[in-house]
Design a protein around this ligand. Sequence first.
Ligand code: COA
Length: 361
Amino acid sequence: MANGLDDVVAAETVLSDVDGAGGHLTIRGHSLTELAGHWRYGQVVRLLFDGFFDELPGDDELEKAIGNARVEVFERLQPMLAGLPALDVYSGMRAGIALLPDGDSLADALRLIAAPAVLTPALLRLGRGEKPVPPDARADHANDMLRMLSGTASPALAKALDTYLVTVSDHGLNASTFATRVVASTQAGLTSAILAGLGALKGPLHGGAPGPVIEMLDAIEASGDAAAWLRNEIARGERIMGFGHRIYRVRDPRADVLKAVVRRLGTRCETGSRLAFAETVEQAALDVLRVAKPQRSIQTNVEFYTALLLEAAGFPKEAFSNVFAAGRVAGWIAHAREQQATGRLIRPKSRYVGPVPDLVA
Ligand code: COA
């Protein structure tokens, strides 16, 4: 048995399919390229939620309801935020989300969609000694998130962030989605299930990778020799962040979507030189990994260009996993509802390999 449950099918889902050999991602019957850059995040939330909540309204009404949920979450949690900036921004967000009601209704789900988008900018601002900017219920979700972060949101950056949120909205039975489904299978509420997902997403092998990608790019820039720096990391037994995937054996399709977004921003937001440097590092990493791990096809994953996109959008690297959570929460909620609907507790077995008690004759 593989320790990582490799190739084990642990759920049936209508939500998304990751084709690791072909490098395709399907979200509820739509290819990633059909959705990213064309559908708004609120529309994808509706796509994922469809059939999992009785009273689901149309796209426009749902986006308005998400806006109202942002305002509600802000008003509900603002009095409790003062103590949270002492935590790192991810832990602060998780602590804030833990304060939300733990039900299964659409209102509960929308508060959970709203919460990372509201809490992340508020905590970042409080951490800088600034007052949080309240949400605007009428604004588009991504646009409002940027506005709450820095007071303004350029249409280009809002569009880039919206495309990012769509791109990461769901991705098969990844570690955090599995964790979410396990908790949902106990019929615990959605907040409990989402807190499980948040715990799993934090780790650097999963959603914690993009912050370290920025650290890697900065360290390589300072060293002046990408290949030597990367070879040295591998020799020390370290993993190169932003590369490799349990399922994809070819390039992660999300990497190309996000790279194209960063390229479009480059001309407008002067991220062009950062992108050119990142492309050099990417090529060097692929070359180094091909030689160091010839037995495995290790390709660029979503986190590499996530790092550049979120940096361009104005988020500090400490908050990158928060923004990932702001997108993935839609998938987590839909998976939690899908799992709850099966009515089946997830309860695998372990094989005992420890010492046995002495048998008294
Ligand atoms: N850098 C260096 N080596 C890597 C690597 C990376 N990014 N990704 C995989 N490998 C190595 C493993 O250490 C292993 O080597 P070994 O056989 O010599 O022990 C080999 O490649 C096989 O790994 P594989 O089974 O394909 O990977 P996995 O499924 O265990 O790991 C990840 C998948 C994502 C955890 C892994 O690729 C990783 O740690 N990547 C860096 C973190 C990251 O970007 N995470 C975000 C994922 S979207």
